[in-house]
Design a protein around this ligand. Structure first.
Ligand code: URA
Length: 268
C-alpha cells in the first residue's frame, strides 16, 4: 500500500539504523508473523522488504522509521501502536472530545497512549468501532478510494419489498449523490418492521439511515456487526478488547488489497 506523505517514513534505502537497529526476524516475530525461525524463512524466501528493498538474512531495522512489508503488505512494527475493538453503545459520541461534554468513545478505552476512532458511528448507532494511534492504517481504512466493507444490522419500520431492496443494492439518490452499489438482504420480519443486513463500502454521514429513509423504511435501531475483517459477537456494549496480531495484519491486508483493486480498476 502507498503511505500518505505525512505519515510515511523518510525514503531511505538499504540503510541501517544508527544504533544498529533490531534483527528483522525479531521485529517480524513481534508483529505476530510466527516464530523467529518461521520469520527467517520468510526473509529467505524473499517475501520481506525493508523500505522497498528485498531483505536478506542478517538485516537489521529501525522499527521507528523503516517500512517493513511481507508479500507487499505493510506490517505494524513501530513500538507503541495499540488497536482496540470497541462495541460502542448508543448515546456515546464518536470523537476524542465533545464540546458539549457528552460521553465519548475515547472515555471507554485506556487513556494512554492516546487513541482516536477510525471512522464514525452516530450517537445513536451501536456496534464495532476501531480505535488506534496508528495514523497510517486509519488513513488507509477511511480513504474513500479504499473503503473497506462495513456491515450493519438495521431494524427498520415496515417490511421492505423487492423494489426497495433493489434500490438499496443498486444505489439510492441522496442529497450528496447516488450511493454506490451495496448489499442488502432481509433477515427477519416482525408484525411492524423488519431487520436488514446492509453492507456498504462508503462512509458518508448517516448513510444507512438516509438510504433506508429514502426507500420508505426509517431505521429504528442500527448496529455495526462487521468492520472490514473484524467481527466479534462476544463483546457487550461498552466493552473493548485489543486486536490480535492476525486481525491487525488482516486490516493491513484489506487496505493493501483494496488499493490494488482500485489501481486495477484505474488501469482498466
Ligand atoms: N450509517 C449510519 O446511518 N449511521 C452510522 O452510524 C453508520 C452508518
Amino acid at each position: 500500500m502507498t503511505a500518505p506523505a505525512e505519515e510515511g517514513p523518510p525514503a531511505r534505502s538499504g540503510d541501517v539504523a544508527p544504533d544498529g537497529g533490531e534483527r528483522l526476524q525479531k521485529v517480524l516475530a513481534r508483529a505476530g508473523l510466527g516464530s523467529r525461525r518461521a520469520c527467517e524463512e520468510l526473509i529467505d524466501e524473499g517475501r520481506v522488504r525493508v523500505n522497498g528493498e528485498v531483505a536478506t538474512l542478517g538485516r537489521r531495522v529501525d522499527p521507528e522509521h523503516d517500512r517493513v512489508t511481507v508479500d507487499g503488505v505493510t506490517l505494524p512494527v513501530r513500538p507503541g501502536l495499540v488497536y482496540y475493538l470497541l462495541n460502542k453503545p448508543a448515546k456515546v459520541v464518536t470523537t476524542a472530545h465533545d464540546p458539549q461534554g457528552r460521553a465519548t468513545v475515547v472515555d471507554l478505552v485506556p487513556d494512554e497512549p492516546r487513541v482516536f476512532p477510525v471512522g464514525r458511528l452516530d450517537w445513536d448507532t451501536e456496534g464495532l468501532l476501531l480505535l488506534t494511534n496508528d495514523g497510517e492504517l486509519a488513513h488507509g481504512l477511511t480513504h474513500p478510494s479504499r473503503g473497506v466493507p462495513k456491515t450493519y444490522l438495521a431494524e427498520v419500520a415496515g417490511v421492505p419489498g423487492k423494489a426497495a431492496l433493489r434500490r438499496l443494492r443498486d444505489g439510492v439518490d441522496l442529497e450528496d449523490g447516488r450511493t454506490a452499489p451495496a448489499r442488502a438482504r432481509l433477515t427477519q420480519t416482525t408484525p411492524t418492521g423488519a431487520a436488514l443486513e446492509i453492507v456498504i463500502h462508503e462512509g458518508r454521514n448517516r448513510q444507512v439511515r438516509r438510504m433506508c429513509e429514502a426507500v420508505g423504511h426509517p431505521v429504528r435501531r442500527l448496529v455495526r456487526t462487521r468492520f472490514g475483517p473484524l467481527r466479534d459477537h462476544s463483546l457487550a456494549p461498552g466493552e473493548w478488547r485489543p486486536l490480535k496480531s492476525a486481525e491487525i495484519q488482516a486490516l493491513y491486508a484489506a487496505v493493501g488489497a483494496q488499493s490494488a483493486d482500485t489501481e486495477e480498476e484505474n488501469d482498466a
